[in-house]
Design a protein around this ligand. Structure first.
Ligand code: UDP
Length: 490
């Protein structure tokens, strides 16, 4: 008995060093801490420094004595940019420097079976395909955590089939052409809805991105399981398709809502603090501004942590929002406008006036709180998967303006499958923006609100005691526990 007590599971978690994946992986880490697991969370130095600077993360996790942060280099110099448009550069640097360091840590270093507290399971972001080789080499189970949407993941998994049937690479330039061989998406999936890297002509590095994705797809079946940030009631039909490739799925999302639900079950742990994992400083002044706005009157506009827009696009959005006559809360992340957003003397008076009357602009917002505020009536979003799930959970209808990776698929699902908003992809025009904002907030408000409310209810039920995500997390916890006993005994 005593012997078994010392064998508590020890999970090594390694996220992709970007805001969305780090955010959801940290939430999963806290869920595993609540299950009393030992957790080592491995961040790149750059991410750890930013988290320490802008959040209370270290004191928050100090409440879990079995949790610790470890850091590793991403191979880039301190002052190198790590924005998403440099993703490939960062990834190649990690392949050369970080992955060997992690392998060494697990195989013979401080996390190995010779150490005081050996790692018994690795949870790595789905794109970190090297992790499965490490797991096989040292005999530790590896579970991927796919932080993109399952609907997009299923299109990734179908790329070989699309290639075989001649539907990919695209022939001709009719992006509205329908794709017929993605099971479960026949009838509504168009070329323009596939992940951004499928459009070779438009995107830099798309060939390398595609290769990375194909490598990822090949590695999945070798892992012990795949964690997905979704819930069965939202994407159940796609989960059954994905399980033909990766049979052991754990759909435990929406993960942010799941963490809140579990914390609320344990009065001792009810969050007295924020749950922020932001890599920028949150400007909370927007909450007081929201408090002063009527119910469901505000459209919230944010393109997340990676998207960069041009000055022309900035002006189209600005005109569109002001001309809609609606109140708006706009996140203008530092460095999110190419060439800088300083336009002294060039901003038309009506934009300044309209913003003063009805707008609030901040550099970074406490987004989960914003979406849960009663004044919010809609979300103009890039449809990053975290943002999409946060909006679904709060029952906020969306206008999708996707930028890259899974976002193109997500915005199609928002408009065509879940019917909780409009898909504005591939256009950035003030007249269309104004029209869509009015459609979302006035003309079709009732219809969108009804479907959004329904999905929100399903999302909350799934993470409540006995719900689908709740039970799947229980199964994940049990599995990790049983694998670790096995690993440590052998
Ligand atoms: N976010 C935030 N404040 C902001 C904008 C975004 O806290 O002003 C958070 C948001 O809640 C989400 C994450 O940043 O959890 C963005 O992740 P997502 O997957 O939506 O998009 P990405 O930034 O990865 O493109």
């Amino acid at each position: 008995m005593d012997h078994q007590k010392t064998l508590s599971p020890h999970v090594l978690m390694f996220p992709l060093p970007l805001q969305g994946p780090v955010n959801s992986m940290l939430k999963l880490a806290e869920l595993l801490c609540l299950a009393d697991f030992h957790v080592t969370f491995l961040n790149t130095n750059h991410i750890q420094n930013r988290l320490s600077r802008y959040t209370d993360i270290e004191s928050r996790f100090s409440g879990y004595p079995k949790f610790r942060f470890e850091t590793v280099s991403d191979g880039l110099s301190d002052d190198s940019p790590r924005s998403a448009d440099r993703f490939i550069e960062m990834f190649l640097s990690m392949e050369a420097v970080t992955f060997p360091l992690v392998t060494e840590m697990v195989a013979s270093g401080p996390l190995s079976c010779n150490s005081e507290r050996p790692v018994t399971c690795i949870i790595a972001d789905g794109i970190l395909s090297f992790a499965v080789d490490v797991g096989i080499e040292v005999g530790i189970p590896i579970i991927y955590f796919e932080t993109i949407s399952p609907c997009a993941l299923w299109t990734y998994l179908c790329i070989p089939k699309l290639t075989e049937t001649g539907q990919f690479p695209f022939k001709g330039d009719d992006l509205d052409a329908k794709l017929t061989c993605v099971p479960g998406m026949e009838g509504f999936l168009r070329q323009r809805d596939l992940p951004s890297f499928c459009r070779a002509s438009e995107l830099i590095d798309s060939t390398i991105q595609l290769q990375l994705v194909l490598k990822q797809v090949q590695k999945f079946p070798k892992a012990q399981g795949l964690i997905l940030n979704t819930f069965e009631e939202l994407e159940g039909h796609l989960l059954s398709h994905i399980s033909t490739v990766c049979p052991n799925l754990y759909a435990i999302g929406p993960i942010h809502a799941h963490l809140k639900a579990r914390l609320s079950l344990s009065p001792k742990l009810k969050p007295k603090h924020s749950l922020s994992n932001s890599l920028w400083e949150e400007d909370k002044s927007c909450m007081a501004w929201l408090d002063a706005q009527p119910k469901k009157s505000v459209i919230y506009f944010s393109v997340g942590s990676n998207t960069v827009i041009t000055r022309d696009q900035l002006m189209e959005f600005w005109h569109g929002l002001v001309n809609s006559g609606k109140r708006f809360l706009w996140v203008r992340r530092p460095e999110s406008v190419s060439g800088g957003e300083s336009m002294k003397g060039q901003i038309p008076a009506e934009l300044l006036e309209g913003t003063k009357e009805r707008g609030c602009i901040v550099g970074w917002a406490p987004q989960e709180e914003v979406l849960g505020h009663p004044a919010i009536g809609g979300f103009l979003t890039h449809n990053g998967w975290n943002s999409t799930l946060e909006s679904i959970t709060e029952g906020v209808p969306m206008i999708g303006w996707p930028h890259f990776v899974d976002q193109q698929v997500n915005s199609r699902f928002v408009g065509e499958v879940w019917k909780v908003g409009l898909d504005m992809k591939d256009t950035c025009d003030r007249v269309i923006i104004e029209k869509m904002v009015r459609e979302l907030m006035d003309e079709r408000k009732g219809e969108f609100e009804e479907s959004a409310k329904h999905l929100s209810k399903l999302a909350r039920e799934s993470v409540g005691e006995g719900g689908s995500s709740y039970c799947n997390l229980e199964r994940l916890i049990e599995d990790i526990g049983s694998w670790s006993l096995h690993t440590l005994k052998s």
